[in-house]
Structures are given as structure tokens and as C-alpha cells.
Design a protein. Structure first.
Length: 146
């Protein structure tokens, strides 16, 4: 049991952390491919919403503990074999899955559709999860090739 086990997206957070341990280079590539769009949309279009949601989440003691523990686990998962790029992608995904209870729906969308949805809807969860979706798609492709 971990500090985020009680959260609706706990299983998805665990999945993200496991996949970055197994495939840090894919996470780094996913972030490097999409980071400019994610950062532009996050800061320019949804920055206020994302910051507001983060502040609201931080006010909750349970979410603060979960976020801190998840980010520590994210750092531990990425520290040994990854770059700042993999850390960034993992951190964004973890924050989205903690702050937005309904964010897991975006993990089921194909990355091309999610990219369009993130731009059109300006939903912070969609924007933050885009690098994760790209990474998870590539990991699934690799595993299917084996």
C-alpha cells in the first residue's frame, strides 16, 4: 500500500511509474517530441486553470501527501536510468492523475486524437497526459512486436 492507494487513479499512477522504470528512453522521447506544445498550452491557455487546480489539490491534506509521495516515487523511478525529459513526462502524468479524478479517460484515447482534444478543449488533464499517452502507445507497440 502506498500514499496514493486511496485515489481513483492509483492503478494508473502505478502503471506510469512501472513503465518509466522499464522504458525510460521512450518516456524521454515522448516528452522531447511534444514538450513545446504541452508547455505552450499549459502556460498560455490553461495555466491559470492548472495552477488553480493545483492550489485546490494542495489544500487537501490527503492529496498533498499523495502528491508528495507519488512525486518522490516518480523521482526514484526515473533517477537511475533517465533524463530530465523522462522525469518531466512522468511528473506531468502523475500530477494529472492525482489532481483530476476523471483523467484516466485520456489514457484510453489514441495520441493523435488526444493531441487535438488537448488543443481544442484546453483541459489541463488532457494536456498533461499527452506525453504519457505517446509513451504508453510506443511501449505497447514494442511489446506487441516481441
Amino acid at each position: 500500500m502506498n500514499a496514493w492507494s486511496h485515489l481513483p487513479n492509483a492503478h494508473h499512477i502505478d502503471r506510469v511509474l512501472e513503465s518509466v522504470k522499464s522504458h525510460p528512453e521512450i518516456w524521454a522521447t515522448a516528452w522531447d517530441t511534444i514538450k513545446d506544445m504541452v508547455l505552450d498550452v499549459a502556460w498560455n491557455s490553461v495555466g491559470n486553470s492548472a495552477r488553480s487546480a493545483a492550489r485546490s489539490a494542495a489544500r487537501s491534506a490527503a492529496l498533498s501527501v499523495a502528491l508528495s509521495a507519488a512525486l518522490d516515487a516518480t523521482l526514484d523511478a526515473t533517477l537511475d536510468a533517465t533524463t530530465d525529459s523522462a522525469w518531466s513526462a512522468t511528473r506531468f502524468a502523475t500530477v494529472a492523475l492525482i489532481a483530476y479524478d476523471d483523467a484516466s479517460k485520456y489514457l484510453e484515447m489514441p495520441s493523435d486524437k488526444l493531441r487535438v482534444w488537448a488543443l481544442l478543449s484546453e483541459d489541463p488533464a488532457a494536456v498533461l497526459l499527452l506525453p504519457a499517452v505517446i509513451a504508453l502507445e510506443r511501449i505497447n507497440e514494442l511489446e506487441c512486436e516481441l
